[in-house]
Design a protein around this ligand. Structure first.
Ligand SMILES: C[S@@+](CC[C@H](N)C(=O)[O-])C[C@H]1O[C@@H](n2cnc3c(N)ncnc32)[C@H](O)[C@@H]1O
Length: 236
């Protein structure tokens, strides 16, 4: 059973445009602006560009990318979250859990992946697959947990078991522990560079005072929750 199906009420649901679900407020208010800044720098013109949102969850970032003008495919392995993503996106957005469908539209100019890679054990295979579906000159932008954030919060209600730094668990519900594979910027850099990418973006966006006045977080917010990296695929 895919553990993410059991978190469909946290990461899924049907949300109106402009609505910021409390469970995704940190993602939308802190991670998105940094990711969108990088996308805006790398793609001043969005139309005509195919985007894959890898691990799209409830589809809110797919909706945002489509609104900006990209042609969007959202891929996720959780069937429950795919249902939500379909509810949250317009019919122009392709939402799928099928690998075949994901590659059907040809190669992508942009692959985004927000808070997904740290839940994948065999990340090297995932990066290999992404390398095979991105166009030369294309961009991969992703957000994962900032290892300093995990370190600060390990042993609390949400994160546990990070004795070895690298692996531990995230518990957003009682009795549902999701394995987390903590990797720092150098580890991702090494894997992407090995696959022919060049780093073009790195950011650790901090929680803002304004955000913390409006939203109560169940963990320490001293360090950025996010490590955001952007890599451009070789141009040849
Ligand atoms: C924390 S949620 C993030 C969802 C969405 N990207 C967002 O920002 O709201 C993690 C997502 O990663 C997906 N996921 C986990 N492992 C995956 C894999 N191997 N391939 C694709 N998606 C995966 C889960 O189904 C879930 O939707």
């Amino acid at each position: 059973m895919n553990q993410w199906n059991q978190l469909a009420d946290v990461f899924g649901g049907s949300w109106d445009e402009g609505e910021i679900p409390e469970c995704a407020a940190d993602n939308i208010c802190i991670a998105w602006p940094s990711i969108l800044k990088c996308i805006d720098i790398e793609f001043p013109e969005s139309s005509g560009n195919n985007v894959l949102d890898y691990g799209c969850g409830g589809g809110l970032f797919c909706r945002k990318l489509s609104q900006i003008g990209f042609s969007v495919t959202g891929y996720d392995e959780s069937h429950e979250l795919i249902k939500s993503a379909n509810l949250n996106t317009s019919s122009e957005v392709i939402i799928t859990s099928s690998n075949l469908e994901m590659v059907k539209g040809g190669k992508y100019n942009l692959v985004s992946s927000i808070m997904v890679f740290q839940f994948i054990m065999d990340i090297e295979s995932t990066i290999d697959s992404i390398s095979s579906i991105i166009k030369p000159g294309g961009l991969v932008i992703f957000a994962v947990f900032n290892p300093r954030f995990i370190e600060e919060n390990s042993g609390g209600d949400v994160f546990s078991g990070f004795d070895s730094y690298q692996t531990g668990y995230m518990a957003l519900k009682e009795d549902l522990k999701i394995p987390v594979y903590n990797r720092n910027e150098d580890e991702y850099r090494e894997m992407f560079v090995k696959n022919g990418f060049q780093e073009v973006y790195l950011d650790y966006p901090e929680f803002t005072k304004e955000f913390l006045e409006r939203h109560k977080m169940p963990f320490s917010t001293r360090h950025s929750e996010y490590q955001i990296q952007g890599f451009r695929y070789k141009n040849t």
